[in-house]
Design a protein around this ligand. Structure first.
Ligand code: 6GU
Length: 226
């Protein structure tokens, strides 16, 4: 999979993909992330990419021209499955969205800043709008990093234990059960005995029970299939 990210603060996206699982995905040739600095594509002076909004009001808007130039350049080079705009008024990003996007070949992600991007870019280029939650971030970059991470780890061959993504929280609408490692007795705080029983059936049943309990307590909406 190839992901092209358009940003006015590309430095924010330097580190997130260069560690751990995202690093492995790239070194295995399963994921390519390219970050583009929008200022390199503006036809205006001094790297200008934003301007006052028509109708007045506080806050700048990202101009359509630099975005159109870069989007069209990228579209000439390859066909994109989705052109995603990161915005707090987008559709809520969920595991099922990540699952679906992990099967694509080419994604473009536009990070918004200031008051957002000119509406005409949304109408004529963007195919999908994503928010990562009901709170406002100062730009789309951190949200884009979240989305790329959630998608990237699902690409076949990225995770070492191919089954492990299946047991993640949310894959089955359940939160994950508690986990423990050595020592079995830490300061008198002991690991539940069933986990030391060596009986995989009992362990599975316990984990499922705990997952249900945790979900009912913290996220009962998930159990109602919401
Ligand atoms: Cl995608 N962008 C911004 N700026 N804020 C957000 C968001 C995105 N998702 C939640 N809050």
């Amino acid at each position: 999979m190839r992901i092209d990210i358009i940003s006015v603060v590309p430095d924010l996206l330097e580190s997130p993909f260069n560690h751990s699982i995202m690093k492995r995905a790239q070194s295995r040739g399963l994921l390519e992330v390219h970050v583009h600095n929008l200022r390199d594509y503006t036809p205006y002076k001094q790297g200008q990419v934003d301007d006052y909004q028509y109708g007045g009001g506080a806050g700048m808007v990202m101009m359509p021209e630099p975005l159109a130039i870069l989007i069209e350049k990228l579209k000439e080079e390859r066909e994109y499955d989705e052109i995603i705009y990161m915005t707090p008024d987008g559709n809520l990003f969920e595991q099922k969205t990540a699952n679906r996007l992990s099967l694509k070949n080419n994604l473009m992600i536009i990070c918004g800043h200031y008051k957002g991007i000119d509406e005409r870019i949304r109408q004529h280029f963007v195919t999908m709008e994503i928010s990562i939650g009901d709170y406002v971030l100062s730009g789309g970059e951190l949200a884009a990093a979240v989305v790329v991470d959630a998608i990237g780890r699902l690409i076949p061959g990225v995770l070492n234990d191919e089954t492990s993504a299946l047991f993640d929280s949310y894959q089955d609408n359940l939160l994950a059960p508690p986990v423990y490692t050595r020592p079995a007795d830490f300061r008198g705080w002991v690991v539940p005995e069933v986990l030391l029983s060596g009986d995989p059936k009992k362990v599975d049943a316990w984990r499922h029970e705990e997952a249900l309990k945790r979900t009912a307590e913290r996220r009962p909406n998930l159990l109602e299939g919401e």
